[in-house]
Design a protein around this ligand. Structure first.
Ligand SMILES: *Cc1c(COP(=O)(O)O)cnc(C)c1O
Length: 384
């Protein structure tokens, strides 16, 4: 199986473009512009150059001998934590900013939960000399003061989303509303493989570099072979789809790890949220439920449509882990390898611990989506 281009915006029964009529032309314009740019070698060269000299790609592949010994399997980390701004998010944001400029847009609007996507977008806006507005739930603004200040330092205007639960899903609603009103000069820089077509596909293409690099790095290390298991944490699912896309056509098992309090696939109810048809957490009336997780970056009640498709067809599976396990995984990687992971990425380490019997003797490739500097203060509270 390979991951193909969704010409009609669909991954099996999932995906689509469920947006207000006023946004249909904007999505269509974006689809056409992305297709054209992605087929243009000059666009690819400029993005590759940025990824090499600004982001710091290729990110290394690190073999974890101590952790491997402790768990009884071979662990390889794809080091997205070493990218500029500290996670995989910059891959997507630089691609979208470059595309926006090519489309003649002068302003970016984005949503953010924990603030990581907001910071990445603000970074790209500063680099390209674009205006930038980031919506963030009022509750998250209070919880993530440091990232709010980072965005402001980068020249971005942070706006508070005051509706609903005042968290990420409300920030997405507000950002979409802003886009409708300002679509002429504004690009909506969406932060994961979700939302209406073309976002789930376009964002995957911008993160495909993770999987392509890792495939080549694994081939070098494993004598042309592939790992037995490829795994990543899943919020909306962008870092996971990035690494999966390098291995979908191999024998490697693909495993996404979700927070138990936000397990959109685990609860497996299909519905429509934020412009696409996918699995999401909802009540009996179809109202979207709040996700709850120790890591604000995974606090999203839905999952990208391509993941729903991969789950339904059995090509990938999705496993939940609890917050307590995540706290243990966070400390385990720090202690054994000298790498403090983002709490999101620590979900995968927690799954390795839980699945130890199943993984014995296997080679496991982990996408380490981000670094933990941002989470150290929170963990100090949790552990004291
Ligand atoms: C935002 C974020 C995630 C979750 O987003 P995905 O789209 O699921 O990848 C995971 N890890 C880190 C470090 C993040 O910042």
């Amino acid at each position: 199986m390979t991951m193909t281009d969704p010409v009609d915006g669909r991954f099996g029964e999932f995906g689509g473009m469920y947006v207000p009529e006023t946004l249909v032309p904007a999505c269509q314009e974006l689809d056409a512009a992305f297709r054209e740019a992605w087929a243009d070698p000059a666009f690819r060269d400029e993005l590759d150059d940025l990824q090499a000299n600004y982001t710091g790609r290729p990110s290394p592949l690190t073999e974890c001998r101590n952790l491997g010994e402790e768990l009884g399997c071979r662990v390889l980390l794809k080091r997205e934590d070493l990218n500029h701004t500290g996670s995989h998010k910059i891959n997507n944001v630089l691609g979208q900013a470059l595309l926006a400029r090519r489309m003649g847009k002068t302003r970016l609007v984005a949503e953010t939960g924990a603030g990581q996507h907001g910071v990445a977008t603000a970074t790209a806006a500063a680099l390209f000399g674009m205006e930038c507005v980031v919506y963030m739930g009022a509750v998250d603004i209070e919880r993530q003061k440091l990232n709010v200040f980072r965005m402001q330092l980068l020249g971005t205007e942070v706006r508070s989303a005051e509706s609903g639960s005042k968290t990420l899903k409300d920030a997405v609603n507000e950002a979409m509303r802003y886009w409708v009103a300002a679509v002429e000069n504004t690009h909506y820089c969406l932060g994961s493989v979700m939302g209406p077509h073309p976002y789930p596909w376009m964002v995957r293409e911008f993160h495909r570099v993770i999987g392509e690099e890792a495939r080549a790095q694994c081939a070098e290390l494993l004598d042309g072979g592939v790992p037995d298991v490829v795994t990543a944490c899943v919020g909306g699912g962008s870092n996971a789809i990035g690494i999966f896309s390098g291995f979908a056509d191999t024998s490697a098992e693909l495993v996404g790890v979700e927070p138990a309090g936000g397990a959109a696939v685990g609860r497996a109810v299909p519905g429509i949220v934020h412009g696409s048809h996918s699995y999401l957490m909802q009540d009996e009336w179809g109202q979207v439920l709040e996700a709850e997780s120790i890591s604000a970056g995974l606090d999203y009640p839905g999952i990208g449509p391509e993941h729903s498709h991969l789950a339904k067809t059995g090509r990938a599976r999705y496993e939940p882990v609890t917050d307590e396990d995540v706290v243990e995984g966070f400390q385990l990687l720090a202690r054994t390898e000298g790498i403090i992971p983002a709490l999101e990425s620590a979900h995968v380490i927690a799954w390795l611990m839980n699945a130890r019997e199943e993984l014995r003797g296997k080679t496991v490739l982990v996408n380490l989506s981000g670094r933990g500097d941002k989470d150290v203060a929170q963990m100090m509270d949790v552990l004291s």
